[in-house]
Ligand binder design. Structure first.
Ligand code: NAI
Ligand code: MG
Length: 495
């Protein structure tokens, strides 16, 4: 493995040289998967062709090879899906006792577990994330969400004491490409537990596992029309948002699109929850166990190629340990394995799409042009596919674009501070407020800072830890509404 290089303005110079590093033999995941040539829409419990017969390609971002054709859903298809969802609401699903509803969710959770190996491979092929992540994070958490909300289905009265919860109706749910199945689970499980029906729109680069999930829903015997999946891009999403017979929209994606949706729904009766971008501060105090903190930093930003809304993309490190942290990070950068996402040794996989890679490159170039110093892992990148070497910037100031804008790639911006007060001020100096992290040996510092940080989730001495019992959501331009936990039920009930 090669040495990390650094770039300031246009000069590229190698930084530290650590000599030789070892390598592993390839360990590709080999389970056969039932990848289909063509994926249709899932409406009214059946796979149906899109109204105008158009399909688009889904490619493997690690190879640029086409995987399958995906149905391009039109406004007509969205309308069919909404009608099917409305019918299901008035049919067996609406009349079903809550405990029975819960049984379906348990069944879906178990079937996700049974098929998790195959689904993890499909997720990795379609989205580019390392198999280790789809296998160990996405799939187990997706099943856990169904298990968790299954338990709530017949206990809603306890979640809202003294009130009488009833379903909202038909929910339109639009999800992104960074955790395709997991985001589907986050959206579907609470909606179904509360007795709603759904029209789900997956992201256009990662639709495949959603249709495999549809198969599971059908095999589980979920009554037809309870969940409808309409694949497609922006226009399909917009058709869901503007459909007059949808009662609630739940969206996860960019702040830009979130704002468009919020404007579109202003003045309508539709309810809305938004989970948008982030620019999380991961704060390392001088008294933190630095080796552990560095592992947490890596997990926070290089994990899933930085395609994480709560990624710890701003590292705020106390000045007295900044040099030590940067040195440890530089050392670790060279041991990160970037490459074949299906290889079980891979740490960092492919960037999800050509467009996303272009966005990352543009922001990284802006960082160099504005005078920050870029250090990159100089590991060899595959010739085909979309790749970006794990990187960090030093010499970053709060006004740099790389310190303010969401990069959504494996790129860390490092800033320093001198006092806890300064750390808090810097951390909160962002239009976003989704998550934050603190690393310190002192519990009292954790309590003080957690209360001062304007972020929906604050991790202490860990990062990117998820659990279905814990609510997740943002402050400020990171959106509103909570997913997960008992809080995640609220957007799906009328009281
Ligand atoms: P996006 O916000 O355009 O896409 C998210 C979902 O919204 C997709 O399913 C898409 O088809 C749908 N969509 C797009 N335009 C729509 C519209 N007008 N009405 C309804 N639905 C619409 O995100 P994109 O373009 O893929 O990524 C751009 C940036 O957004 C990324 O670089 C990243 O910074 C951020 N992002 C944040 C995510 C998060 O989890 N908070 C997830 C994905 C992207
Ligand atoms: Mg794809």
């Amino acid at each position: 493995m090669a040495t990390p290089t650094s770039r300031k303005k246009s000069a590229a110079k190698p930084t530290l040289d650590f000599g030789h590093a070892w390598d592993y033999a390839p360990a590709p995941e080999s389970i056969p998967v039932g990848l289909k040539k063509r994926y249709d829409l899932f409406i009214g419990g059946k796979c149906v062709a899109p109204a105008d017969g158009k399909y688009f390609a889904s490619t493997n971002p690690a190879t640029e090879k086409k995987l399958a054709d995906i149905a391009a859903g039109t406004a007509k298809d969205v309308d069919r899906a909404v009608k099917a969802a409305r019918k299901a609401l008035g049919g067996p699903w609406g009349k079903m006792p809550a405990a029975e509803r819960g049984k379906y969710l348990y069944r879906i959770a178990r079937m996700l577990q049974e098929r998790s190996r195959e689904l993890a491979v499909l997720e990795t092929m379609d989205g580019g994330k390392p198999i280790r992540e789809s296998r160990d994070i996405d799939l187990p958490l997706a099943a856990a969400h169904f298990f968790y909300y299954a338990g709530w289905a017949d206990k809603l009265a306890y979640a809202f004491p003294g009130r009488t919860p009833s379903p909202i109706g038909v929910a339109g749910q639009i999800i992104p490409w960074n955790f395709p199945l997991l985001m589907a689970a986050w959206k579907l499980a609470p909606a179904l537990a509360c007795g709603n029906t759904v029209v789900l729109k997956p992201a256009e680069t990662t639709s495949i596992t959603a249709i495999h999930l549809a198969e599971i829903l059908a095999d589980a015997g979920l009554p037809e029309g309870v969940v409808n999946i309409v694949t497609g891009a922006e226009q399909t999403g917009a058709a869901v948002v503007s459909h007059p017979d949808i009662d609630k929209i739940a969206f996860t994606g960019s702040t830009e699109v979130g704002k468009v949706i919020a404007k579109g729904l202003a003045g309508t009766r539709k309810r809305l929850t938004l989970e948008l971008g982030g620019k999380a501060a991961n704060i390392v105090m001088a008294d933190a166990p630095l080796d552990q903190a560095v592992e947490g930093i890596l997990n926070g930003i290089y994990f899933n190629q930085g395609h994480v809304c709560c990624a710890g993309s701003r590292l705020l490190v106390e000045e007295s340990v900044a040099e030590a942290v940067v040195e440890k990070l530089t050392t670790r950068l060279r041991t990160l394995r970037v490459g074949d996402p299906l290889d079980k040794n891979t740490d960092v996989g492919a960037i999800n799409s050509r467009e996303q890679l272009a966005r990352i490159r543009e922001l990284v170039d802006s960082g160099v042009a504005e005078g920050a110093e870029l250090t990159q892992a100089s590991c060899p990148l595959p010739a085909k596919g979309y790749w970006f070497a794990p990187s960090f910037f030093t010499g970053v100031t709060a006004s740099h674009r790389i310190a303010r804008e969401e990069i959504f790639g494996p790129v860390l911006s490092i800033l320093t501070f001198r006092t806890p007060e300064e750390a808090i001020e810097r951390a909160n100096n962002s239009p976003y407020g989704l998550s934050a992290g603190i690393w310190t040996d002192k519990g009292s510092k954790i309590f003080k800072m957690v209360h001062a940080l304007k972020a929906g989730v604050v991790w202490a001495n860990t990062y990117n830890k998820f659990d279905p019992t814990s609510p997740f959501g943002g402050y400020k331009e990171s959106g509103f509404g909570r997913e997960g936990g008992v809080h995640g039920l609220a957007p799906y009930v009328r009281l």
